[in-house]
Design a protein around this ligand. Sequence first.
Ligand SMILES: *Cc1c(COP(=O)(O)O)cnc(C)c1O
Length: 390
Amino acid sequence: MTQRFLPYGRQALDEQDIAAVAEVLRGDWLTTGPTVDAFEIAFAAACGAEHAIACSNGTTALHLALAALDIGPGDVCVVPAITFMATANAARYCGADVVFADVDPETGLMTPETLDVALEVARLRGTVKAVLPVHLAGQCEDVAGLAQRAHAAGAVLVEDACHAVGSRHEGEPVGSCRHSVSACFSFHPVKTIAAGEGGAITTNDAALAERLRRLRSHGIERDPARMQRQAGEPWWHEMSELGWNYRLSDIQAALALSQLKRLDLFAARRQELAALYDDAFEPLAPRIQPLARTPDCEPCLHLYPVRIDFDAEGTTRTAVMDGLRERGIGSQVHYIPVPDQPYYLDLYGRQDLPGAQRYYARTLSLPLFVGMEDDDPLRVADGLRGVLGR
Ligand SMILES: *Cc1c(COP(=O)(O)O)cnc(C)c1O
């Protein structure tokens, strides 16, 4: 009998989620309305931030976050080489250049040291405006240290927290923006809470929050107090800068809000599963190593990456992934270094980022999702040991 296939990630929906969406469908608002407002309030509270601005996905969250800082041509953003390409693309949408920072080969994270090197390069390329740490797999690395370097270079920190919904850093939820101007989240189904598609930006800056809301909807201003033209014409609205339609719908917000109510449960379950994995892999060290953990961080792990020296094992990652698939186990690679994508190679040429290359060469993401059974981590560990042959 073949066992249930385990994808590397999937959403966890229940009947309450479905009922919440159905309720919106029976109401008057489908696009951005009261449910988006309710979600924004709940999400800001969950992150310990003053404002949350919901938007259509994590990519548009990043684009809005940079656009609202007036980042444009001649400016430079620093992005770690190991991330989903959207982090870098957001800077390009603004016309800014990207300088890629190397990462710690054991965690895949940009560190204050790798940021120092990147900032030297960035200063030669233009005005350094933003540094975007990516909380890969849900982990943070010395955000205060990164912020201090960014500030010294005249830049701010914008967190790509798309993996880190539910993670805590220095005892606070990620998204509290203690060291950053804003943090960007994704509610893609493979992330920790699902909206179908969805995103949000958290910030403690009221003026920035207002601008983000405007830019999310074409740059349109409806508040008479903030318009050039006097009120008295109830239809009047003004567009004084170019924005986009990056709105979240109430349908999506209903799902996100319902999921958010279970965030603590999701985080606890992900932690339990990660602990089961850690135990299962302990006897297999150092051939198979869980992701190295960072201090001061309680991650709500979005991924469960392991490190394997495929060459030393006399195999290839492709063969291992095929072998796992035959055993009903999905796996994935997060990520091909973004500077190696043809678009960025054409733009900036090949770069020497040995930490990113080493991380990439050895990483493999194993299944991690709330619906996994307690014995699944052991099944995956046994499967992986079987594939590696010993
Ligand atoms: C998923 C993700 C994004 C983009 O989010 P979408 O909602 O898919 O647009 C950006 N950065 C990182 C690190 C991500 O994992």
